[in-house]
Design a protein around this ligand. Sequence first.
Ligand code: PHE
Length: 469
Amino acid sequence: MKKESKGGFSGQLGFVLAAAGSAVGVGNIWRFPYLAAKDGGGLFIIIYLVLVFTFGFTLLTSDIATGRKTQQSSIKAYDTMRHGWGFLGIFTFFVPVLIMTYYAVIGGWVTKYIVAFAQGSTADAAADGYFTGFITAPYAPIVFALIFLFFTAFIVYRGVEKGIEQCSKVIMPILLVMIIVISIYSLTLHHTDESGLTRTGIQGLAVYFIPNVQGLTVSRFFQILLDAMSQLFFSLSVSMGIMITYGSYVKKDVNLNKAVSQIEIFDTVVALLAGMMIIPAVFVFSGTEGMGQGPGLIFVSLPKVFDAMGAAGRFIGLAFFIMVAFAALTSCVSVLETITANCMELFHSSRKKTTLILSVIYAVASILICMGYNKLYFELPLPNGSVGQLLDIMDYISNSVMMPAISFLACILIGWILKPKWIISEMESTGHRFSRKKLYSVMVRYVMPVMMFLLFLESTGLLGRLLTK
Ligand code: PHE
């Protein structure tokens, strides 16, 4: 009865593309390249790759298999797994609830840049203060956020197969082709600055790929490791109930081993390509200094790069922001879908009604978050050392505090209370061998709990405090 109203993916391809759609988002395109630039180029990449196929694999497997085995979303799933663990489900549910307050706002920023490049306002978009001017404006960011939210809600409203699966099947292949084309273009760039120094895209590629171990200390290495780890969680959309919900829509005959590997590979390849696209371009026009921009990279540094490209910049910029919007849309859809699915199970309400009510709630929330940059502006020092506004606070609580705590608890539940067999049996239920079975057991029982605990201490600022004491 429940499954009929719930719907599901038509098969393996639909599931893999939808899950990859959730995983591939602004995290891959903006955050990965900026962390790689900051954390020693190839050094970060090597560490990240090792983590994807150990930590990422473990978390992704746990979430997807939990979803398919219980056929439920996080709130009910954890309670079904073990009576008394429903609290972990509720805790997990709150991550997308918080992320959704600001994800459409960021989607709105991207949409604004699409419009700017489509109109040919390349020089305006590249001017100093353009981004800040836009996000602090009273109405424009709200309008763009609501447009983005409308598209997201429309897809969720149409349902799992007709909405999410269909749009992912169209968007994800286009996104992949676009990112490959722009990254090849990026490698062909070269520019001579006023001092006569010529920099080429290939040199930029070397900055990106060659490990930079200059001045590397043990504590710096540890810092890079933790950066890579938190990037990995965010990037794979794990430990927030999203992959549990998507897993619950997968047919029982789909080979989950293969699906997990394909999602891991898709997400990682896009992150690597995003770096190949952005780092050489920024390097050619602004040198290594241009990369120290941090979060401002795609909204501040890149428009300057597109402007410096001349006539082609308008089209490359437009293609770039359309691609980011696609990536953000399929991620935002997965966040809203997870909240919708949990609410449908909780309140036994229909998909259409639930989506409509949630859209109204999140329209209000998005407006408030936009106002966080003007009327509701404040500066709050966060325990991890940064200073945040409303959006950063939501991001901080969901990603830095809740996600490592959830992963830690989920690993304890699966590794020590239910035992890894609980997941392994689901992975092998189709008769396929679970090839990384041993790795999974060791990771989920021993390695993950320790590392998750450390990550939690680090991202809440407690580790720094303990070490300096
Ligand atoms: N995984 C997405 C990315 O890499 C981000 C995301 C986070 C999506 C949380 C959904 C939920 O950008």
